[in-house]
Design a protein around this ligand. Structure first.
Ligand code: 13P
Length: 241
């Protein structure tokens, strides 16, 4: 059975005080939520401990935005699996386009981070997606196939979520057509050995397009940036119809 996973990627937003304020507004929306939807919040590292304590016993899972492949060491600015699991993290985003674009993440380092996540019992959310230029050149399928094949070397597909995030749709308000996202996600699924991997769509997901996106048969959830920062909009998204 493919699980529905609705995740908020807060990127570099929210202090602890802002996180507390968000929770006050957001938690009531979870009471309306239909069964069988996993809700995940992926805040900056400094919010993880606070969220872990505040969410104890609630139905929200905690996710991180990065993981290094070593257990510890001289890797300034990085964070390791045991540091994340100690504060109750269950998911970790790996290979987000912003990491690939601004921090020189490659398919090889993405693969190392995916392996590390699984080694420490975390569920990685592997992000893949093409640029506008690649899409216009008709390279979408080749780019996605290469990212999936290189990223998933030696990865256990029983503990994995994938997010299709076309880069041109991230933070632009220019959402990918739901049917087109469904088509690319179906291509991704054809590359996998496990048919039960949950595959999300990400890129300008908002309250006004979530119902259409989730109505697509291949789409098992969403990875939400901007709209996950506001309690009312993320509340509407987790309660999609
Ligand atoms: P937006 O929802 O702000 O477009 O961001 C998408 C994203 O990058 C989620 O990881």
């Amino acid at each position: 059975m493919r699980k529905i996973v609705i995740a908020g990627n807060w990127k570099m937003y929210k202090t602890q005080a802002e996180t507390q304020e968000f929770l006050l507004g957001f938690l009531p929306y979870l009471e309306e939520r239909p069964q069988g939807r996993e809700v995940v919040l992926c805040p900056p590292f400094t919010d993880l401990n606070l969220l872990s304590k505040s969410l104890h016993g609630s139905l929200i899972q905690l996710g991180a935005q990065n993981i290094h492949w070593e257990e510890y060491g001289a890797y300034t600015g990085e964070i390791s699996g045991p540091m994340l699991t100690e504060v109750g993290v269950r998911y970790v985003i790996v290979g987000h386009s912003e990491r690939r674009q601004y921090f020189s993440e490659t398919d090889a380092t993405v693969n190392l981070r995916l392996q590390a996540a699984q080694r420490y019992g975390l569920t990685p959310i592997l992000c893949v997606g093409e640029t506008k230029q690649e899409r216009d050149a008709g390279e979408t399928e080749a780019v996605i196939t290469s990212q999936i094949q290189k990223g998933l070397i030696d990865i256990d597909q029983d503990n994995l979520v994938i997010a299709y995030e076309p880069i041109w749709a991230i933070g632009t308000g220019d959402t990918c057509e739901a049917t087109e996202a469904n088509r690319v996600i179906s291509l991704i699924r054809s590359l996998l050995s496990n048919p039960n991997v949950s595959i999300q769509y990400g890129g300008s997901v908002k309250p006004n397009n979530i119902d259409e996106i989730m109505a697509q048969p291949e789409i098992d959830g969403v990875l939400v940036g901007g709209a996950s920062l506001e309690p009312a909009s993320f509340g509407r998204i987790v309660n999609y119809h």
